[in-house]
Design a protein around this ligand. Structure first.
Ligand SMILES: *Cc1c(COP(=O)(O)O)cnc(C)c1O
Length: 425
């Protein structure tokens, strides 16, 4: 690997920390990796190809035990037991069982989280469910506030959900939401972490403001589940959804999760009442009677192969706490930002400015850098990837680097910043 050590000749780098060509940062990365209690967890992942993989906020790396689990499910549960596996291999209850494995990671007591469908579909269920409850309580509440910087799918679905329920969408910057909720607000749909900038929104404050105004909350945890503490029960969130293929490493297209707070479950009127959420699914009744509990969030037959991969991926959390992950995430992103300042400095041809807040309380588990000029970002990321530093790029000019503390090492952060500095120069 040509990028495994900094170029010491030439004195090209003169900013702080890189004054000696980066040797001090390399030494620091090594010391941080040696002191890192989570370092051994990396061995559970398929990361042996020498790349610095900083795109786990888009697709988490493969946890190695998933391969054997899937082989077993295919060969034995499907291949030999066939239909018997719905009962004998626990297929039927997989959505609730796996939901309860995710629950502690998002601060939820058991019985409130169900796995299935995509995040997009769960945003629809949760948002319509929230709007229906709000309308039942007070028909004058007809406004759906949506985080103005939301991930597009949430915004599109919010529009449709509002149209279906006679509400209107109003986009509001997340920081201004507490001041925007009022007596006309039915529900608020917010991303916990901004996918472009990596900014962490204030879930406790925003949820409290919405509650005080009598509005329902729907939180999208795609970029926080598995990356930082969420505290759904503690903060009184009504509904939440999230991805499992990002920081939870469930695999491409892994089923999403839906959190229905326990006391709201009897009132959750799903807009997608499939037979899997019927109180007696095998009665094959012509009329719908919803089941009790989180399984009310189910729709149709669960995708068992993806569920199995996700369930196996989640076993890593038997040994790791979210608090430890958060502490390492902040240390990694702090260190990366420092390395970027040292290597990219002010003098490179293409300049980068962090969009991710420096303040810990406002930072997710990624670092986004805005390129100047903006149209350099695409080619810069292509060059990084060609040199084994994998992040991604969001138009018009944002380089995104995701940090997954389960497998990202401090040496990855140092190397990524160093290669970036070279490419920008
Ligand atoms: C990744 C992401 C999604 C993805 O939704 P899918 O239905 O899985 O495609 C939705 N919302 C947010 C905030 C995301 O970051």
């Amino acid at each position: 690997m040509s990028d495994a050590a900094p170029h010491t000749a030439g004195g090209a780098h003169t900013a702080d920390g890189a004054a000696d060509g980066g040797q001090a940062l390399v030494r620091e990365a090594r010391a941080l990796d040696e002191a890192d209690a989570l370092a051994p967890v990396r061995d559970r992942f398929a990361l042996t190809d020498g790349t610095a993989y900083l795109d786990g906020n888009s697709l988490g790396a493969l946890p190695l035990p998933v391969r054997d689990r899937l082989a077993h499910v295919v060969a034995h549960e499907w291949g030999e037991l066939r239909i018997r596996s719905w009962s004998e291999s626990g297929w039927w209850e997989a959505p609730e069982r796996i939901g309860d494995r995710i629950a502690p990671l998002i601060g939820a007591a058991p019985g409130q989280t169900v796995v299935g469908d995509s995040t997009s579909v769960n945003v629809f269920k949760a948002t319509v469910g929230a709007l229906r409850i709000a309308a039942a309580d007070d028909p004058a509440r007809t406004e759906l506030l949506v985080d103005a910087a939301t991930f597009p799918t949430d915004g599109y679905i919010a529009e449709s959900a509002a149209r279906m329920t006679g509400c209107a969408v109003r986009p509001v910057p997340a920081a201004e939401l507490p001041g925007a909720v009022g007596p006309g607000t039915a529900a608020v749909l917010v991303n916990h972490v901004d996918y472009r900038t990596g900014e962490l929104n204030d879930l406790p404050a925003l949820t409290a403001a919405a509650r005080a105004a009598g509005a329902r909350t729907v939180w999208d945890l795609c970029h926080s589940a598995g990356a930082l503490p969420v505290g759904l029960d503690e903060h009184g969130v009504d509904f939440a959804v999230g991805c499992t293929y990002k920081f939870l490493n469930g695999g491409p297209g892994a089923p999403a999760f839906l959190y229905l707070r326990r006391d709201l479950q009897p009132r959750f009127d799903s807009p997608l009442p499939g037979w899997n959420s019927h109180a007696d699914p095998f009665a094959m009744a012509s009329g719908y009677t919803p089941a009790e509990g989180a399984l009310r969030g189910r729709v149709g037959t669960p995708d068992i192969l993806s569920m199995a991969a996700l369930e196996e991926a989640l076993t890593v959390w038997e040994e790791v706490t979210v608090d430890a992950v958060r502490a390492k995430s902040l240390a990694l992103t702090d260190f990366f930002l420092r390395c970027v300042r040292a290597y990219a400095g002010e003098r490179t041809a293409v300049r980068v400015t962090p969009l991710t807040p420096g303040e810990h309380a406002r930072r997710g588990s990624q670092v986004s850098l805005l390129c100047d000029p903006v149209d350099a970002a695409g080619p810069v990321m292509e060059k990084l990837i060609a040199r084994g530093v994998v992040g991604d790029f969001r138009r018009p000019g944002v380089l995104r680097f995701g940090f997954t503390p389960l497998y990202t090492a401090f040496r990855d952060a140092e190397r990524a910043a160093r290669v970036l500095g070279d490419v920008l120069a």
